[in-house]
Structure formats: structure tokens, C-alpha cells
Design a protein around this ligand. Structure first.
Ligand SMILES: Nc1nc2c(ncn2[C@@H]2O[C@H](COP(=O)(O)OP(=O)(O)OP(=O)(O)O)[C@@H](O)[C@H]2O)c(=O)[nH]1
Ligand SMILES: [Mg+2]
Length: 325
């Protein structure tokens, strides 16, 4: 009997004009109901979303609504058009995957941490390829200094080093989203943790250790132990926009210092009694950390202003279209 039924499922893949929903053991192709096209991009289903849909065993199933999210990862799109690109919904942990070679960057980890915290996801820095690094512990210490909100682990999928320490994150019902550069070892890590080759992996260039975008789309994988993993294609960069509170959370030590300045509106320039300047002078706040905080906040402000401008223009165009109709 080909009866159409309303069901609930989870988005496991987003394609150009269709979605794949995981529902019990089935994978169901679906499209959006018409009304979605009036919505802003953050209202559209993304990998990890729970949705209600009309299941049509004989044809197209139709997504009717997106359930309330407990977390949402997004970033400004790489073309810098002033719109946000959704990455994943309902993740509990965000594994920030960085390999211990040229890929490692304090600045980039701070950006990912800000993005995760802004989205309501706990950041965990996974320093991969520890077998290629002589002093992995030095990087672990440095990465821990990025924020008291991040946990840090050095691992090697090749030797198995550190993988046991990741087990506590794998409680049944948990969703883990992996973010990082191409070639950082995201898919390899998933395979190592799953104990089987679920994801395709690819070699990195010898000259600069960069990958070649082996994973090409975001995908949710359900492991046998009841854990869901969202693998994502490598990112070249991670810009800051709409991440004000995520940046503040990452750099909460600086916020604490700012609150101790003599003047509430201290610009940390020439004012007397500035706690930030005092901390830089006595070495307790590294100057580079302060400069990074300032530059991320400024980038965030500039991108946000651009975004508001784009949405104003879209609204004006929509109004004009309606007037002409
Ligand atoms: N030596 C060593 N190589 C590793 C390790 N983990 C991954 N690699 C290698 O790094 C290369 C890239 O790994 P992938 O897992 O495809 O990287 P990815 O992050 O999924 O890359 P994209 O899908 O392009 O985003 C592969 O050649 C892996 O074998 C490790 O722990 N040690
Ligand atoms: Mg991959």
C-alpha cells in the first residue's frame, strides 16, 4: 500500500535540489514544500536537522518543517557576498581538526572555536598526524592557551595514538561535526574511530601539505554505536561574521581584563589604569593574542555591516518586485 504518511527524520545530506533524510534504517529522497522558498537561508534544512516530512513511498517525499535546533554552525560564505553559509545543525561537539604540520595555526583554531561557541557547540581541537611531529605536546599546550573553553587532544590515525582519549565523546545519541582544512585528516579519523573505511580519503601535496578536497559535500554518518558524525569538505578559510559572542567566549580572559580597567569605556590605548595594557606589559597577556582578538572583532563587525547591507538590498528588491506585480 502506497500510503503517504507524516514522519520525522534527520537530514543526512543536502544536494542541489534535494535532501536525503535518514529515517530508521531508510534513506529517503525529499524536496522542500513551496513555502520554504520565502524563508531566509537559516530557516532551510541543513545536515543534522530533524525534520517532519510527508513520506511518499511511490514518489517525492516533501519536507514540511524543521524542528527547533539545539545548535547551529554557520560561517560567512567564501565568496564574501555577505550571506551566511550553514554548516551543520544539532551537533554536540565540534572537532576542530588540524594536522601537526604546516596546517597548524593558532589564528585559525581561534576562529573555529569562536564559530563553534557562537553556534552553541563545544569545541574540541584534534591535532592529527602526531606521528609526523617531534613535539606534539608543545602544540597541545599552545592550543589549550587559545581558550579555556577548548579541549585539546593530539592523535594519530596511523599509530592509534590518542584515539582512546576520544572515546568519552562517543556516547550513543551524540552528534560530532568535524571541521578543518582539506587534508587535515577528518575522514581518516572517522575511519579510524569507526574501525572501517566509511569515508574516502586522499593524499596531501608534499610541497605544502595541503589536501585536494577529497570530501566534496557535508554528510551525516550514523555509526553502529549510535553516534552521528558530520564530515565536511575542507575549508580554505573561516571568516568571522555574526560571531560576536563566540569570539568573546573564546577570549573570555580578555573580557575579564577589560572589566578591570579603571574606566568603563577604556579603549586600551592611552587611558590610565588600563588592565589590558598592564597584562601585556607584565607578560600575562601575549600581545599577539590581544591583537588577534581585536582583529577578529573588527572583521566580525565589518562583515556584519556588509551582511546587513545585503539583506537591506534584498528586501528592497523584493518590495519593488511586489510593487510591479
Ligand atoms: N601520517 C599520517 N597521515 C595521516 C593521518 N591522518 C590522515 N593522514 C593522511 O592525510 C591525508 C588526508 O586525509 P583525509 O582524511 O582525506 O583528509 P580530510 O581532512 O578528510 O580532507 P578533505 O576531505 O579534502 O577535506 C591522507 O593521505 C591520510 O592518509 C595520520 O594520523 N598520520
Ligand atoms: Mg575528507
Amino acid at each position: 500500500m502506497n500510503q503517504i504518511q507524516e514522519k520525522q527524520g534527520r537530514i543526512i545530506e543536502v544536494r542541489k535540489n534535494s535532501f536525503i533524510i535518514g529515517c530508521q534504517e531508510e534513506e529517503i529522497f525529499a524536496r522542500l514544500k513551496g513555502g520554504f522558498y520565502e524563508e531566509t537561508p537559516d530557516k532551510l534544512p541543513v545536515v543534522g536537522d530533524y525534520v517532519t516530512f510527508l513520506h511518499n513511498p511511490a514518489g517525492d517525499s516533501v519536507i514540511r518543517s524543521v524542528c527547533e535546533r539545539k545548535s547551529y554552525l554557520q560561517r560567512p560564505d567564501q565568496a564574501r557576498t555577505g550571506v551566511m553559509q550553514p554548516m551543520a545543525a544539532n551537533a554536540d561537539w565540534c572537532f576542530i581538526v588540524t594536522s601537526l604540520n604546516e596546517d597548524y595555526s593558532y589564528n585559525r583554531i581561534a576562529r573555529y572555536a569562536g564559530t563553534a561557541l557562537e553556534g552553541g557547540v563545544m569545541p574540541v581541537v584534534i591535532l592529527t598526524k602526531a606521528d609526523l611531529c617531534e613535539d606534539a605536546e608543545r602544540y597541545v599546550r599552545e592550543a589549550r592557551g587559545i581558550s579555556d573553553k577548548v579541549r585539546v587532544h593530539a592523535v594519530s590515525a596511523l599509530t592509534g595514538r590518542g584515539l582512546k582519549k576520544l572515546e568519552p565523546y562517543f556516547a550513543p545519541g551524540t552528534t560530532i561535526c568535524l571541521l578543518g582544512s582539506s587534508g587535515a585528516g577528518k575522514s581518516t579519523l572517522i575511519n579510524a574511530l569507526a574501525g572501517e573505511e566509511i569515508m574516502k580519503t586522499g593524499a596531501v601535496r608534499k610541497s605544502d601539505a595541503k589536501g585536494r578536497h577529497t570530501t566534496t559535500h557535508r554528510q551525516l554518518i550514523r555509526l553502529a554505536n549510535g553516534v552521528c558524525i558530520i564530515d565536511t569538505p575542507g575549508m580554505r578559510e573561516i571568516g568571522m561574521a555574526k560571531a560576536e559572542s563566540g569570539i568573546d567566549d573564546t577570549f573570555s580572559d580578555i573580557l575579564e581584563l577589560e572589566s578591570q580597567c579603571r574606566f568603563g569605556n577604556c579603549r586600551h590605548e592611552t587611558e590610565p589604569g588600563c588592565a589590558v595594557k598592564a597584562a601585556i606589559a607584565d607578560g600575562s597577556l601575549p600581545k599577539e593574542r590581544w591583537l588577534l582578538y581585536r582583529s577578529l572583532k573588527e572583521e566580525n563587525r565589518n562583515n556584519y555591516a556588509k551582511m546587513k547591507d545585503v539583506s537591506r538590498r534584498i528586501k528592497a528588491m523584493k518590495k519593488e518586485r511586489e510593487r510591479m506585480e
